[in-house]
Write a protein that binds this ligand. Structure first.
Ligand code: GTP
Ligand code: MG
Length: 149
């Protein structure tokens, strides 16, 4: 089954939205298989955002993302990558629908509180970048029989 990398950015941590964001994935039925809090350094973020390093906004993105702790997690379940992106909303919060995390809790693209992998391939790369293999757990979700047919 599919896995996605979801991260609460420093603004989301500062604003006390960690529980709210996690609760949405939990309630939807996704299984939490990895969780960690840390302040990321520039080397890690350059790898994470390797496709954005040439963008004019990259320096400000780097200083923002290293400004404080982030909460990293891996959620597993049916269609996790695409559904995770939909639950987060659009990159620009102003284009995000109410009911999505960004549509409900933020308004500025540079302070959009959360990250979600944009493809299955980038999810696997991001999980390997932010977690060691031992930190990603395997266990049975006993409620699965009530979530999946
Ligand atoms: P992530 O889930 O954070 O990866 O966002 P995304 O996949 O929706 O967008 P993308 O990967 O293209 O950009 C990563 C992050 O860089 C975004 O979440 C924004 O915080 C920031 N960003 C992207 N485009 C812009 C921009 O044009 N201006 C500014 N200031 N920030 C941007
Ligand atoms: Mg992205």
């Amino acid at each position: 089954t599919e896995r996605t990398y979801i991260m609460v950015k420093p603004d989301g941590v500062q604003r006390g939205l960690v529980g709210e964001i996690m609760a949405r994935f939990e309630k939807r039925g996704y299984k939490l298989i990895a969780l960690k809090m840390r302040t990321a350094d520039e080397a890690l973020l350059k790898k994470h955002y390797c496709d954005l390093v040439e963008k004019p906004f990259f320096p400000s993105l780097l200083s923002f993302m290293t400004s404080g702790p982030v909460v990293s997690m891996v959620w597993e379940g049916l269609d996790a990558v695409k559904q995770g992106r939909q639950m987060l909303g659009e990159t620009n919060p102003l284009a995000s629908k109410p009911g999505s995390i960004r549509g409900d809790f933020c308004i500025d693209m540079g302070k959009n509180i959360c990250h979600g992998s944009d493809s299955v391939e980038s999810a696997e790369n991001e999980i390997a970048l932010w977690f060691t293999p031992e930190e990603v757990l395997k266990y049975d979700q006993t409620r699965a029989a009530h979530i999946y047919e």
